[in-house]
Design a protein around this ligand. Structure first.
Ligand SMILES: [Cu+2]
Length: 385
């Protein structure tokens, strides 16, 4: 029976509504009784299990395997163990000793053709101080792979050699090309060659596109390609490339290297989230600028799943080319989303000496290591020690 807001009279109890109330009460009682039986049966089953014979225990182990299979079918076996923030005691020392990924944008080669050669390699890298991880790495660099820098209009001739144990591939977001041909799988020991004209300026992700892509990206198979606009950009003083990504570990990686926990990757439960592959590396080893400098950040969010919500504390993104749309920029942006699989370019002018953290402003990501410092001038003290 519908009631209407215009009527303030109490609803009239009719015979039929009384009937439904009684019926509902009976149904409720039935449900309660069924529930009690269910609890009793569950208790019975528990008693049986505790009195199990060794033979039954073997059967039960088989059942456990079947359960695990069922869990795998549902993609994620719960509960998932987190190794977030787990580092050895000498972590601070190890962080100091770590050689940071060089974020400096390398110069773009001249000429009409740029040859890029990469050899895939399975290798163990550190993703945080003392935390080792088994990656599938582009060109022996660990993760990210090498920064590729070309000019708009140049032809990129790519040669990929698979020095790993399983098939891999390379997918350039900067390329307009048939992916079934250029981005196809390469068997171990084999190579693939393809070329494309870098016709779209901006900063783009490249990555392995072999299935399951989630696993290949999560294992470190990604990098950035910068395509410098033909007409140029406003001149700046420093240029850095930052690739955001996250790591999903099946162990803490301290005594022995961790590998991918696919369940955690699917559940988006990262252990470490990084710029250029290593947690907090630019906190310990800051990027640098002089007072008054304009610094250009070429930012890619490699994921496999997370965006980078790029923000520089104490500064503005004075020019923000969102989604690598180099035809226009926004001014004075506080935070810009770089979507997973996307890129963006930010110019930041800092007049005063100081330590300016750059972060993904989704602060769970900062907590897991996606933060660095832009050290402007030679400020006294430090936020990192
Ligand atoms: Cu791969």
């Amino acid at each position: 029976m519908a009631t209407y807001p215009s009527s303030h009279r109490p609803p009239v109890e009719t015979e039929s509504s009384a009937f439904y109330k009684v019926a509902a009460l009976l149904l409720g009682l039935t449900a309660g009784v069924v529930g009690i039986f269910a609890v009793l049966m569950w208790a019975d089953a528990r008693d049986d299990a505790s009195a199990a014979t060794p033979a039954a225990a073997v059967e039960s182990a088989g059942g456990e395997a079947a359960d695990q299979h069922a869990a795998a079918d549902h993609n994620t076996a719960l509960p998932l163990a987190s190794f977030a923030g787990v580092v050895p005691e000498n972590a601070a020392e190890l962080a100091e000793a770590h050689k940071p990924y060089d974020a400096t944008l390398p110069p773009a080669p001249t000429g009409d053709v740029v040859q890029v050669q990469m050899t895939l390699k399975d290798m163990t890298v550190e993703v945080a101080p003392g935390v080792k991880y088994n990656t599938w790495a582009f060109d022996g660099h660990g993760a990210p792979g090498p920064i590729v820098h070309v000019r708009e209009g140049q032809k990129v001739e790519m040669t990929l050699t698979n020095g790993g144990a399983i098939p891999h591939s390379i997918d350039f977001h900067a390329a307009r090309i048939a992916p079934n041909v250029a981005f196809r799988d390469v068997a171990p020991g084999e190579s693939i060659e393809f070329s494309f004209v870098a016709s779209d300026p901006g900063v783009y992700m490249y990555h392995c596109g072999t299935k399951p892509v989630l696993a290949h990206i999560a294992n470190g198979m990604y990098g950035a390609i910068v395509v410098q606009p033909k007409e140029g950009l406003p001149p700046v003083d420093n240029e850095y490339v930052l690739v955001g990504s996250e790591w999903y570990l099946n162990g803490d990686g301290i005594a022995e290297p961790a590998s991918l926990d696919m369940g955690k990757a699917r559940a988006r439960m990262a252990d470490w989230i990084t710029f250029n592959g290593y947690a907090n590396q630019y906190v310990t080893h800051p990027l640098t600028a002089d007072p008054g400098d304009t610094t250009r950040f070429w930012v890619v969010a490699a994921g496999p799943t997370n965006n980078v919500n790029f923000h520089v504390v104490g500064a503005m993104l004075d020019r923000a080319w969102i989604n690598s749309d180099m035809t226009q920029f926004q001014r004075n942006v506080q935070t810009a989303v770089v979507p997973a699989g996307g890129g963006a370019v930010f110019d930041v002018t800092v007049p005063d000496e100081g330590l300016y953290p750059f972060v993904s402003h989704a602060f769970a990501d900062v907590d897991l290591g996606q933060v660095g410092l832009l050290k402007v001038g030679n400020p006294k003290g430090s936020m990192s020690h």
